[in-house]
Design a protein around this ligand. Structure first.
Ligand SMILES: Nc1ncnc2c1ncn2[C@@H]1O[C@H](COP(=O)(O)OP(=O)(O)OP(=O)(O)O)[C@@H](O)[C@H]1O
Length: 356
């Protein structure tokens, strides 16, 4: 069938190989580029739709298997790169130049670990090579500077010919802008809609974010006016809802889900935090402190995916307090593994949403 080994025959054997999430041919998606033949050696570039592709190895293996079937092939070299697609444009919303995808991390209730999840997901995505920003919009408890090791950072304002711009702080591979840089922690601030709107617009459009694959927005907990103002002001492509297994937390997360759905923002899934406790001195034991299975039940009821379950681990809390997120401090811990898998699942879903 294939008399000559050339780039056309390589593309032909790769034609049936699909991106497992997009269910389309890699060739049709323009994910196979720079095919080169040198004797029996075939090399090409595989351009994934996110550096955090959860199925990277699987896709590479499929490509190698397909090309090795060609007569005369002695070696296959696949160079893997990524180009994150731009989120679809939203009606009545202005995107942020250079920022490909904006994602909300929210919770119906306070204290469920929303900021812990937002910070660790941001860092986990950056660890894969993605360019990541974090906008800490939690007006009630802006903890991201502490959790990212930037408690003492100052936001720098520069005058340019386009007016004043803010320079984000940076640590663990993530650019950060936080409400915490603006407000005095000991002074309660009452945020009225227009004021919050103004600050958020500044955080979106007057910050030198540069090129970002993902801008994660750590939302304030709850579903009140502030959350609604924010959800309407930010051109988000998707939202992640963090919950704990208790019934109350789950009821609240249902409200959060409805809020996003009403505003036509895709809910990418639910993260169940504090799912179970593993005592550090008894790693074989597991205690379901807040009950079990709540996250998966709610996800099934509401028809959204469960992105993952994170155990309650002392080192996760310590990582947050010390400014070294658990995915950096102890990447092999159960929590870090769960958080990294959740970050990859989110990246996969974002690419699918952008390309379908
Ligand atoms: N899986 C976990 N294991 C251990 N501690 C955790 C875990 N998740 C969160 N925590 C701890 O619980 C506390 C609350 O977490 P966090 O600040 O992330 O919650 P939150 O939902 O953002 O709160 P709020 O928005 O109401 O301020 C923090 O001290 C954090 O370190």
């Amino acid at each position: 069938m294939y008399d000559v080994l050339d780039s056309r025959s390589v593309l032909e054997v790769l034609q049936p190989v699909q991106d497992p999430e997009l269910r389309k041919s890699l060739v049709d998606l323009n994910m196979i580029r720079n095919v080169k033949i040198d004797g029996g050696k075939v090399s090409f570039t595989l351009v994934l739709t996110t550096p955090a592709c959860p199925l990277r190895e699987f896709i590479v293996e499929d490509c190698e298997k397909a090309v090795k079937k060609l007569p005369g092939v002695t070696e296959v070299n696949v160079e893997v790169t990524a180009e994150t697609p731009q989120q679809k444009s939203l009606p009545d919303r202005t995107g942020v130049p250079g920022v490909k995808n904006i994602l909300a991390v929210s919770s119906g209730k306070g204290g469920v670990g929303k900021s812990t999840v937002a910070v660790n997901i941001a860092v986990a995505l950056a660890q894969t090579g993605a360019k990541v920003g974090l906008l800490d919009a939690d007006i009630y408890g802006p903890n991201d500077p502490t959790m990212l090791g930037l408690a003492d950072a100052q936001i720098v304002v520069r005058s340019t010919d386009k007016g004043e711009v803010l320079e984000p702080a940076f640590n663990h591979g993530v650019k950060l802008v936080s409400m915490g840089f603006l407000i005095d922690r000991d002074q309660p601030v009452i945020w009225r809609g227009p004021m919050l709107n103004g600050v958020i617009r500044q955080f979106l459009y007057q910050v030198e974010w540069g090129e970002l694959d993902y801008l994660i927005v750590d939302m304030p907990p709850g579903t009140g006016d502030a959350q609604l103002t924010l959800t309407q002001a930010v051109p988000m492509s998707g939202a992640v809802i963090v919950t704990t297994p208790q019934t109350v937390a789950l009821l609240d997360s249902r409200k959060g889900l409805k809020m996003f759905q009403q505003l036509n923002i895709e809910v990418l899934g639910i993260v169940e935090n504090m799912s179970y406790f593993i005592p550090p001195d008894m790693p074989d034991k597991q205690y379901d402190i807040f009950g079990s299975g709540g996250g998966s039940k709610t996800a099934a009821e509401l028809g959204v995916p469960l992105l993952g379950c994170i155990p309650l681990e002392i080192s996760t809390r310590v990582g947050g307090d010390n400014g070294v997120p658990i995915v950096v401090a102890d990447p092999d811990s159960a929590s870090a593994k769960a958080l990294k898998a959740i970050a990859l699942a989110i990246a996969g879903k974002v690419s699918v949403a952008a390309l379908t």
